[in-house]
Write a protein that binds this ligand. Sequence first.
Ligand SMILES: [Zn+2]
Length: 499
Amino acid sequence: VSSTEAPARNPKKLCLVVVDGMRPESLRQAIDKGAAPNFARLMREGYSSEECISVFPSLTPVATASIVTGRGPAEHGIPSMNWYKRDERRYVDYGISFPSARRSGVISVLKDLVYRINQEHLSASTPTFFESLEKAGVRCACTTYMIYRGPHEHEFAGAGIAGALAGVTGMARSGYGPTDLLYGDIFDSLGTECSSAFGVPGKRDQHAACAGIELVLAGNYEFMLLSFPDNDNFSHRNGPDSQHVSIAHADSQLRRVIDAAGGYRRFMEEHAVIVVSDHSHSLVTGVLDVVEMLTDLKWDVLRPRKGRRAHDAEIAVSPAARAANIYVLDPVHRGGRLPLLVEDLRHQEGIEQLFWLEDGVAWVAMGGSELSFSPGSQYVDQRGQEWDVQGDLVVLDLFVNGRAIRSEEYPDALARVWSALHCPGSGDLIATPELGLEFVDWGGFSHVGGGAHGSLHKVDSAAQLIVTGTGEDRKDQETWSIADVNSLVLEHFGISSER
Ligand SMILES: [Zn+2]
């Protein structure tokens, strides 16, 4: 759908609240316990969806880039939480875990996470909403958020030991963001006293609230992105069933910002609010070591920090929670090695699905079954995209009714897989583990007993959306993707967007 007329500009400011990894079912529990009164009120006064579908892989960097640009990974260029960058012959890691960061190099991880994802990895041809809005004269503000790219230069703000250390390691660089950027201890355009305590999990929401309060008191922004990341870490450690605790915490931190504006009613007289989670969480009961699995199968796997000797190894492997990218290193051998990889992995215990491209067509295998698909005319999915599909529909739990095609278990499966496989940084093969399992990362780290995400499955992918005081014309929209948040934001300010 593309809107041709420019929508009317909503006179209110807009506050976009992102709660990392918030599971809709857990939000409902928190609300039922009376522990999330602000989210409850926003929901009551607006409209919401518990099936706002994440991208694939359903991982924060990929999802964040989609929220901010409105595009899938094929266009925005962020393939995963960690991936192999062919032109630099190295593993990129946005900080999947501390043990993994130690293997990749902590400084390199910090540079990837803070700077390179914004300045190098995110495609220059997909503008962020900060860029689109600032260009249209809308003043934007952002608290610590993985993707903040915008037109304004911000100097490194680090002080004390962290600042000195940053100077030595090359971390003290400029960032380019919206007019106001309050990012951890790194950028602070308002010169606040907010301390991020080095971004320790559990202390991040309070920093975001501190930054949000300062922004409300300064009163200059028209669009503010307020990001609450603690829920994701809490759920990773304690499991998705405990999320009502961290959701309650996010709700109370949002309340601090609301109170700075004079309470809920005053805040809502001035603001429209969108709340979104970037993905959901599933419970991890066991692990799968895909690197070990491939090594046992006699594949020569590239180890982290061995980039310059990449030609020695056959494949690179980037295990990221519930999705893994696998790269054939020598393009000359791709055609020969990819089928061998597929045959080796498809019957391995614990592997659920394999995804790859062959002759311009996407393939999905599950055990001995497989299907292939590509854009075409045979079927139309719930979001209006048309596809040709051949093979065993069970592989993606696809159901056909006339020309309509849909999947219950793997929502928006065809478009999400297609986009993932067309991201230039994706592996030649993407693998997902069965529900309940997680790939251990390069640091040997996993979340057994806790939560994880990344797969195409609904349990990892169905996120929460709440829209209050804006986007009235879209309240009957049948399906939602987290990428739709971009157009909701732009339309609020009277900017039409290609949906
Ligand atoms: Zn996570």
